[in-house]
Design a protein around this ligand. Structure first.
Ligand code: FES
Ligand code: FES
Length: 211
């Protein structure tokens, strides 16, 4: 007569492994959940004991306005602008420092915001494409020149192009076509609007000196 009890499970069998996996996963999940619920806020923990991934409370001065946020220390300036401060004019192209779409000004100097940690610009003056026009809506001479010369097609690279062009003029690198091409070469345009971009920079440069 056959026994009614379950036969012993071979610990190397598939069913034994599945039970073991389920146990490990559920134990892992509940441990992580408890850990998240009981983890104190960064501000309550002595500095020496802080987890380097704990959010930092940071303040920023962007386009003459103050912004505050608690950010993961690894947050880039580009992600802070777009995802935390709703300043989506600055574009994410490659996210690897290769296309220039994310260019913004830090204390007047152009930087790639995808390669800049937000925490490093806490006390700096950040200018994005949203901060270029006057308060009354009058476009910056460089913005107007891009419109006048139709210096874009899809427009995705345009905010980065304009921010870079503003800095290019301030650096004194917009004296002629060759110089403009050279010092704007970090800003790629897949639509190849380059001749019109050069024409726009040439139009705006003298007007910027007057303002
Ligand atoms: S998105 Fe920053 S360089 Fe391309
Ligand atoms: S206008 Fe389309 S990428 Fe430059």
């Amino acid at each position: 007569m056959r026994s009614a009890t379950m036969p012993p499970v071979d610990p190397r069998s598939k069913s034994a492994l599945a039970v073991h996996r389920r146990h490990v996963l559920s134990a892992g999940v509940s441990t992580a959940a408890v850990s998240m619920l009981t983890r104190p806020a960064a501000s309550q923990v002595p500095e020496a004991q802080r987890d380097p991934r704990d959010p930092l409370r940071l303040s920023f001065h962007i386009n003459d306005r103050d912004f505050h946020a608690a950010l993961d220390p690894r947050t880039t300036l580009l992600d802070a602008l777009r995802e935390h401060f709703a300043l989506t004019g600055t574009k994410k192209g490659c996210d690897h420092g290769q296309c220039g779409a994310c260019t913004v000004l830090i204390d007047g100097r152009r930087v790639l915001s995808c390669l800049t940690l937000a925490a490093t610009v806490e006390n700096a003056r950040v200018t994005t494409i949203e901060g270029l026009a006057n308060g009354d809506g009058t476009l910056h001479p460089m913005q107007q020149a891009f419109v006048d010369h139709d210096a874009f097609q899809c427009g995705y690279c345009t905010p980065g192009q304009i921010m870079s062009a503003v800095a290019c003029v301030h650096e004194g690198h917009a004296q002629n076509d060759v110089q403009i091409r050279e010092f704007m070469s970090g800003n790629l345009c897949r639509c190849a609007a380059y001749p019109n971009i050069v024409a726009a920079v040439k139009q705006a440069a003298p007007l910027m000196k007057e303002t």
